[in-house]
Design a protein around this ligand. Structure first.
Ligand code: G4P
Length: 525
């Protein structure tokens, strides 16, 4: 690919993930986006597609049992001259560190909020991860076809709970049964909800932002109330600020209803316009690799194991950072210095489509892996070495004690444990005095997958004893005293040998702080 072609290809990429609390409507809106992208023909096919996918790839039995996708996948389509990559971030019980790590591979996030519920727990957690990256966050207030909370309340909540300014790109006129449409501040038009004909969907506003006097909506009290609210937003609301949006300090807010496909297209059109193309990425040495740099580089943000139990294969998901990925190319694995030929063993995660010809910055490539790769690894082509900054560690919240069921099988237990921890499937801790194994995860499913894989891949049956939710706090090693440990604040060390305390609850943490006021505690995230 010529340099100018590479530049054009990179400029087209829009890579993002949707963050939301379960049931806010992520699947529904994803489906609508795929419809606009021409990937699917009718709504309702995403869930169906998932189940047929299981049958085809003979994916882990645990997935089949639960009918869910254990790890994120990638969806790609072209829209308005842009190539969109949506990285799926699983919710529900399948929430795991993979979800967080996937957010390290995107250039923007879309936050879907149920307008009746406002900001919920999981949204808050995921928001924090994206906010720390300083990337743009777009908000879609969903389920407008139902009675929801006051829009002004929803905007205020963004600032109060998440500390991000909201800028309303459009504004609902009514909600639920009284929903008339959207007042579109950006396109200076009204978008009717359920217009009689497609031609009647949009009505242009005049220079003062008013509908033609003879329009049916213009006669409604709701419309007049909307004009008052818009005036209030113009005078006292946040000003649109592209720089703040780029840094993730302001979020453009769109209203709509994914289920009735209302406001989704308007959102998508603005999104492709304002969402960023791939940008430079920092290396360990502090320099930056530009996406248009002709030398290929990328990093591994996820490893999905055992797609096919007969072959014991794993897929490493690579986010391309620069240059062009081509099949069969030689790359260097930075951690080991080893050269690896990415032979026929490569697969584009552009999934079912067969016409993928190129992968450049912003795209995700799936590599068949026989155990070479680890999460966070950098790979690059050419002579000039590249090492990207390591992925952050995410503080686990759920903990389990783990022991082998059969004490005669210590060897396979240790081997499996070592490999799965190295792969990043779970976090491992050891108690100080007794060297017991404790596993940490951000979601319950990580434990289930761990148990399943120990048995199936390492022939090691494990006993797991839940310790429930704990708050992990790292302690300055110089201040450490083993006597500080108790069942309510258990002292353990992480894989790097760093000491930390697992607090049973906030009360235990306060108690500890009162007893040892000088001891410094930090959360990693
Ligand atoms: P998730 O992926 O974020 O978990 O949410 P999902 O899209 O599965 O949506 C959760 C539920 O909310 C679904 O209903 C879905 O139909 C509904 N929903 C999504 N968007 C809207 C909307 O704009 N308006 C309304 N009224 N409902 C919406 P369900 O009954 O739980 O599932 P299903 O049986 O319809 O699949």
């Amino acid at each position: 690919m010529k340099q100018t072609e590479l530049e054009q290809a990179v400029a087209k990429r829009r890579t993002f993930a949707i963050i939301s609390h379960p049931d806010a409507g992520k699947t529904t809106i994803t489906e609508q986006l795929l419809l606009f992208g021409g990937v699917i023909r009718e709504a309702g096919t995403v869930k169906g597609r998932k189940s047929s996918h299981f049958a085809k790839s003979d994916w882990m039995a645990i997935e089949k049992q639960r009918g869910i996708s254990v790890t994120s996948s990638v969806m790609q389509f072209d829209y308005q001259g842009k190539r969109i990559n949506i990285l799926d971030t699983p919710g529900h019980e399948d929430f795991s560190e993979d979800t967080y790590r996937t957010l390290m591979a995107v250039d923007a996030a879309v936050m879907v909020i149920d307008s009746a519920k406002g900001i919920e727990a999981q949204t808050k957690k995921l928001f924090k991860v994206v906010k720390d990256r300083g990337i743009p966050i777009f908000t879609f207030m969903n389920k407008l076809d139902r009675d929801g909370r006051e829009p002004l309340d929803l905007i205020a909540e963004l600032e109060d709970l998440l500390g991000i300014e909201g800028y309303a790109m459009n504004w609902p006129m009514g909600s639920g049964k009284t929903l008339l449409g959207l007042y579109d501040r950006v396109n200076n038009r009204v978008e009717r909800y359920r217009p009689e004909t497609p031609e009647q969907r949009f009505v242009e506003l005049d220079a003062d932002g008013h509908l033609p006097a003879d329009d049916v909506i213009a006669k409604e009290a709701t419309y007049r109330a909307t004009l008052d609210e818009i005036e209030l937003l113009d005078d006292a609301g946040n000003q649109f600020d592209a720089d703040k949006i780029a840094r993730g300090d302001q979020t453009p807010v769109f209203f709509g209803s994914a289920l009735t496909n209302f406001g989704v297209e308007t959102f998508l059109n603005s999104f492709v316009q304002y969402a960023p193309a791939p940008t430079a990425k920092k290396t360990v040495g502090g320099t930056e690799v530009q996406p248009t740099n002709e030398q290929f580089s990328g990093f591994i943000f996820k490893i999905q194991a055992n797609m096919n139990p007969n072959h014991r294969d794993r897929i490493a998901f690579v986010r391309v950072v620069s240059g062009e990925f081509t099949k069969g190319m030689d790359v260097t694995l930075e951690r080991t210095g080893k050269t690896i030929r990415l032979n026929n063993s490569t697969e584009f995660m552009a999934a079912e489509r067969e016409t993928v010809t190129e992968a450049v910055a912003g795209d995700i490539v799936g590599l068949y892996d026989t155990g070479n790769f680890q999460i966070g690894d950098t790979i690059y082509a050419g002579k000039q070495g590249v090492a990207f900054e390591p992925l952050p560690q995410f503080t686990p919240e759920l903990f389990m004690k783990v022991t082998p069921k059969n004490v005669m099988k210590q060897k396979s237990f240790h081997k499996g444990m070592q490999q799965l921890v190295q792969e990043g499937a779970v976090q491992l801790y050891r108690t100080y005095s007794t060297n017991e194994y404790i596993l940490g995860a951000v979601g319950q499913l990580q434990f289930e997958v761990f148990k399943f894989r120990m048995q199936n891949e390492y022939n090691s049956e494990v006993e797991m004893t839940p310790m429930g939710n704990r708050t992990a706090r790292w302690i300055n090693p110089d201040q450490l005293d083993e006597k500080m440990s108790s069942s309510r604040n258990l002292l353990v060390k992480d894989v790097h040998g760093e000491p930390l305390l697992l607090f049973e609850n906030a009360f235990a943490e306060r108690w500890f702080h009162d007893k040892y006021p000088d001891v410094e505690l930090t959360s990693k995230l």
